[in-house]
Design a protein around this ligand. Structure first.
Ligand SMILES: *Cc1c(COP(=O)(O)O)cnc(C)c1O
Length: 377
């Protein structure tokens, strides 16, 4: 059996090597390393795929969030509602821009922001909501859109983990995550569902005026070279990364199917187990399984992690410390938030290997080992 990894980038690369190598070679041959044709092609390809009018590639998913918040002209002290149960980048940029992060609960089934908690947290200073489509499942956008409309708020979708996921509206309309809010952001970090071979990110919007602000802010605030109208930053996706992404974007739906098939195998193996809660699949969301995350009841979760490691099976805790309990937020009021569901999840979640190259033998080995530990505990 091939060694089991959380994410098997080597094997994925091997399967697309000739296409990737020639795409990279093309960039090397024409030496337009910054803002080359590959970057423009990616923006166009992603726009078509996600269904967004404007796509602004940038240096990484954290920058994408930061530039989004800068473009909305949020002012110091403005409140931004976001889950605490997320990767730190979502919340970090809020503090970086001197905005006030307002941490709210997630739904324990979907792991995504709880709209009722959002509505309770709205004050006269609230300007934006940042939902996270965590682990590849869409946040409940329809309810968030209603709240945003009612209180006149922006929505920035953190779509770093769910690119390619469909959101199914109650009326039957379907949109891709990242194209629903005021702005969507994503990351092309290598282990993400659409990952490059370095750092990368992108910003999505349908709003023309906002798109030109986003573009300017990502490029030193300039619309014309050497004329700087806004305070911006330098955040670019380079052409080599774009070339890799152009190859992988064509495979994204296939990759999503492979992830969903692995998730189906796991679901089936753990079905109806009294101590294992398998990922809930919300009816409005087409889950793209960036992670396959279990919630364990009455099991020594960290013991399982160690036990699996002993059998050369990796597993991860995403995330061991929620944002509001991070030292980073201690002086910014993090401790004022009491988020029982978030704490409860933090102690019980465990993510199993999830990628596009898992085979049945590997999946059987993983599920057998998990059940061996859980059933004897
Ligand atoms: C990965 C990730 C980011 C940040 O992306 P980078 O490209 O690493 O900066 C932001 N939010 C979420 C939810 C992520 O998973």
């Amino acid at each position: 059996m091939r060694p089991i990894q959380m994410v098997d980038l080597k094997r994925q690369y091997t399967n697309i090597k000739s296409e990737v190598d020639s795409a990279i070679q093309e960039v090397l041959d024409n030496t337009s390393f910054i803002n080359g044709k590959a970057v423009a092609d990616l923006a166009a390809g992603l726009g078509g795929y996600v269904g967004s009018k404007h796509v602004i590639p940038c240096a990484n998913g954290t920058d994408a969030l930061q530039i989004a918040m800068m473009a909305l002209d949020l002012q110091p002290g403005d409140e931004v509602i976001t889950p605490s149960f997320t990767y730190i980048a979502t919340t970090e940029v809020i503090a970086l821009l001197k905005l006030k992060p307002v941490f709210v609960e997630v739904d324990p089934r979907t792991f995504c922001i709880d709209p009722a908690a959002v509505e309770r947290a709205v004050t006269s200073r609230t300007r934006a909501i940042v939902p996270v489509h965590l682990y590849g499942q869409a946040a409940p956008m329809e309810e968030l859109l209603r709240i945003a409309k009612k209180f006149n708020l922006f929505i920035i979708e953190d779509n770093a983990q769910a690119i390619g996921s469909n959101y199914i509206f109650a009326g039957g309309a379907i949109k891709k995550t990242g194209s629903i809010g005021t702005i969507g952001t994503t990351s092309f970090f290598p282990s993400k569902n659409l990952g490059c071979y370095g750092d990368g990110g992108a910003i999505f919007t349908d709003d023309d005026a906002l798109a030109s602000r986003l573009k300017m802010i990502a490029n030193h605030g300039q619309s014309r070279r050497y004329y700087h109208d806004l305070v911006g930053c330098n955040s670019r996706l380079d052409s080599i990364q774009a070339a890799v992404l152009n190859v992988k974007l064509k495979k994204l739906d296939e990759y999503i199917s492979a992830r969903r098939a692995a998730a189906d195998y796991y679901d089936n193996a753990f079905k109806a187990h009294p101590k294992i809660i398998t990922p809930y699949r919300a009816s409005y969301s087409h889950h793209v399984f960036h992670q396959y995350t279990l919630v364990l009841e009455g099991v020594d979760r960290d013991g399982l992690n160690t036990f699996l490691m002993g059998k050369n099976i990796p597993s991860m805790i995403y995330y061991p410390v929620p944002a509001h309990r991070q030292q980073m937020f201690a002086s910014l009021g993090g401790g004022d938030f009491h988020l029982e569901t978030t704490d409860w999840l933090t102690e019980r979640v465990i993510s199993l290997p999830m990628h596009t190259e898992l085979d049945e033998e590997q999946l059987r080995t993983i599920t057998t080992a998990v059940l061996e530990f859980v059933d004897r505990a």
